[in-house]
Structures are given as C-alpha cells and as structure tokens.
Design a protein around this ligand. Structure first.
Ligand SMILES: [Zn+2]
Length: 353
C-alpha cells in the first residue's frame, strides 16, 4: 500500500488512491485525444472518473453494511483494477457475511435503476465505440449493471464467491464451505479462460488467471487451517520455564514472570514436586505487596492430555490463565497460554505467506 496515498475522509473511512490510477487516467486521455481530439479525451476521462466513482460507491456499500455489524472499516483504496474496502474482519454469521457481500453489487444495481429511470435505455444506442456526453448516463448505467453481474460471479475474490461460501456454510462447516466455494471459483476461471482463448479475448483470459489464483489462495488458506487442525497440545506447549513457589513474595513472582516472557506461570510445591496452582500477570497486578504467591494463585487449572487437538484447547486457553498439559501418569509436562497459542497461529499464517 506504499503507492497509495490518502485524499480525504468520506463517511467515516479514509479514501486512498493508488498512484498508478493517475497513470491510467493519463493513458486513457492521451489515447482518446490521439483518436478523436479534445472532445474524445474529455468524454473518455469523464467515463473513467465516473467508473471509479461507481467502484468507490460499491466499496462503501460493503463498508457501511459491515459497520452496521460493529466491524471497523478504516480505509477504502482505489486501485486501477478496482476498489478495496479494508474490513477489520469478516462477520462470522453466514447471514451477515451474505449481507456485507451483497451490499456492494446492490449499490451498482441502485445506480443502474436510478439512471435507467432518469434517461431511459434505448437498445438502438451503441454501447461501445462512439462515446459522447449525451450517451454517457446510459453508458454508466450499463456499466453499473455489468459491475453488479461481474461481482456476482461465484468465485473468490468476487462478492459472489463470498455469498456462495456463506450460503454453503449454513449447511456445512465453514472450512468445508470455503473449500467447495474455492473449487467452484477455480472451475469458473477455467471455463472463462477457455472461452477467452476460443474467442480470442485476451483480457478475459487474464481475468480468469487472476480469479484462478485468488481461488487457489483461498483454498490454501483452508489447507493451513487443516495443518493447524493436525496440531496437538504437545506440539506447542511451553516446557522451559522457572516455576514459582507457594512461599514466593509478590515482587519475586512479578520479576520471575517478567523474565519468563509468559503470561502466567505454574506454582510448584517443591516438597511434593506437584503443581498446585497458577499465577497470572493480572493476579499479580491486583495483589498487595505483602502477600505471597500461595495467597493469590488460582488453584483450579484446566488440564488436557498431550494429544488434545489444538483447536479443542482454544476455548480453554481463552477462559483460564493457563491450561496444564498432563500426561497419563498425572505429571504436568508443559502448559499452554492464550498468548502462546496466538503466537503459533500467527507463525503458521506467516510461514504460509
Ligand atoms: Zn464488492
């Protein structure tokens, strides 16, 4: 995003424009001028500006709908190949994801209908070739219809792909739904590329290749989740740490915890060799300085066997400062914290990129 710069705020999101967008405008203007003089240059540049205004409106459709569901939409970037509304996250509920995905094309449909009512559409007007300011509203109307239809192609990264995934995820696991949707997207891309080659439309082939790669990326994302699915508690548990003792003072405990770099530490009774509790950063912050670890530690620790799938520990690490990984004979072999699991998820994602 280094080549895009902000041009202002609109409806609560920062609007950014990619530098190459101006090159595109210049290219369109110069080409049209060469073919038809100043008038042609003005019409064509106006057409491109209106096209991008419609793309921005489309993106605001997504952004404003997402905001209804409490999702932040910090910025919208205009690229020469289209727009991109950055959403903090996608809604988890299928119904909401469908609404957010449909909101973009819906804006184009509304613009199409409004222009249609305003100027009317006559089939005898040529829609390509001779551009003039008189036919511009009609051409923009058709453009919006095409934008809406194109975006509803059921393939990632098109909105139609998201609608398909969300619809499927009502009936199956979201992971499976993503896989099916991305395979459908790849199928659509192959058909599109074949049609493009057959009819000699190179631009169609290029779009198809782009769609195919995007669908594959989505598929790889599923594969990544599958890899995570194969991970068990033993693979990611923390095994190297200095345990606290029940008699440790709060200051000593705070220092030990700080040095460990972990969010929580087990408390070990050295006489019996058993783990008797856990102390979290939070508990130490709330403690008085004259207390001991024994007084502030949490005695109930959720425990899982080493073979527990990582996905199954997610809820546990979210609700307790630490999850003990306990082997069959009852000894604690390591522990998991929410921060640790978060790191592993992050690392797996970055390796994948
Ligand atoms: Zn869209």
């Amino acid at each position: 995003m280094t080549w895009s710069f902000p041009i202002g705020r609109l409806l609560g999101s920062q609007l950014r424009i990619h530098a190459t967008f101006f090159l595109l405008l210049l290219w369109v203007g110069v080409t049209a001028y060469g073919a038809g003089g100043t008038y042609a240059a003005l019409v064509n540049v106006s057409y491109v500006l209106l096209l991008f205004a419609c793309v921005i409106a489309h993106e605001y459709g997504h952004a404003l709908m997402a905001r209804r569901f409490g999702i932040r939409t910090p910025d919208i970037t205009l690229l020469p190949i289209g727009g991109m509304a950055r959403l903090e996250r996608m809604p988890e509920k299928p119904g909401r994801e469908i609404l957010v995905a449909l909101a973009g094309p819906a804006v184009n449909v509304v613009i199409f209908l409004a222009l249609w009512l305003w100027v009317g559409l006559s089939p005898r007007t040529p829609l390509s070739g001779g551009m003039s300011f008189a036919t511009l509203p009609e051409q923009i109307a058709m453009l919006n219809l095409i934008l809406a239809l194109f975006n509803m192609i059921p393939a990632f990264p098109m909105d139609g792909g998201r609608v398909l995934r969300a619809t499927l995820s009502i009936f199956m696991a979201r992971v499976t739904a993503t896989k099916v949707a991305s395979l459908v997207g790849q199928g659509v891309a192959i058909v599109g590329a074949a049609y493009g080659l057959w009819t000699g439309q190179l631009i169609l082939v290029l779009i198809a290749v782009f769609i195919f790669m995007a669908a594959r990326a989505e598929n790889n994302d599923v594969a990544l989740r599958d890899r995570l699915k194969g991970m068990v508690a033993r693979d990611v548990m923390i095994t190297e740490y200095t345990p606290l003792r029940p008699g440790d003072g709060i200051e000593v405990a705070r220092l030990t915890l700080q040095r460990s770099g972990h969010a929580a530490l087990p408390v070990k009774d050295f006489a019996s060799g058993r783990v008797v509790g856990v102390v979290s950063e939070q508990a130490l912050d709330d403690a008085n300085s004259d207390e001991t670890v024994e007084g502030v530690m949490q005695r109930q620790i959720p425990a899982v066997p080493p073979e527990t799938p990582l996905a199954r520990t997610l809820r546990l690490v979210g609700s307790a400062p630490m999850v003990a990984v306990v082997s069959k004979d009852g000894t604690m072999t390591g522990f998991l914290t929410q921060a640790r699991v978060g790191e592993v998820l992050q690392a797996a994602t970055e390796r994948h990129r």
